[in-house]
Ligand binder design. Structure first.
Ligand SMILES: [Zn+2]
Length: 135
């Protein structure tokens, strides 16, 4: 049981990682629908790209806030002095989640889209052959 979602660093990192995967799965579903159109085989292909949430809902809400904060900071649209300590610690968790995400989903050597499965034989987005690639 989490008493304060803002200070549960491991949970925030996991939730942020899952949000990144969720977003990637959504991108795969959109792009596959576009390419394959309607029909059973398209639905089957799309159904493979689903993710699960393992944390309490409040942790995702907080992680979402941190992603927004990160974006604003990167745009230089935030005065650093106004960022709270608990937010700075949270931003560290977001950074670790991004590193984990990059490790789990390296980019396709052909189209640069993060691979949904690290060991995929071919890219589901561009169809590029990944077997020859040196890991
Ligand atoms: Zn590709």
């Amino acid at each position: 049981m989490i008493t304060d979602a803002r200070t549960a660093m491991e949970e925030i990192e996991t939730a942020a990682f899952e949000l990144l995967e969720e977003s990637l799965a959504g991108e795969y579903r959109r792009r596959l629908r576009k390419r394959l159109g309607e029909g059973e085989s398209a639905e089957r292909a799309v159904a493979e790209y689903v993710t699960e949430r393992t944390q309490a809902e409040g942790v995702y809400e907080w992680a979402g806030h941190l992603f927004l904060l990160e974006r604003l900071r990167n745009q230089g649209a935030l005065n650093g002095a106004e960022t709270q300590a608990v937010e700075l610690r949270g931003l560290g968790a977001i950074e670790r989640a991004r590193a984990r995400f990059r490790e789990a989903h390296p980019p396709c050597g052909h189209c640069d889209t993060p691979l949904f499965e690290r060991q995929a034989a071919s890219c589901a987005i561009c169809g590029g052959d990944l077997k020859a690639k040196v890991a």
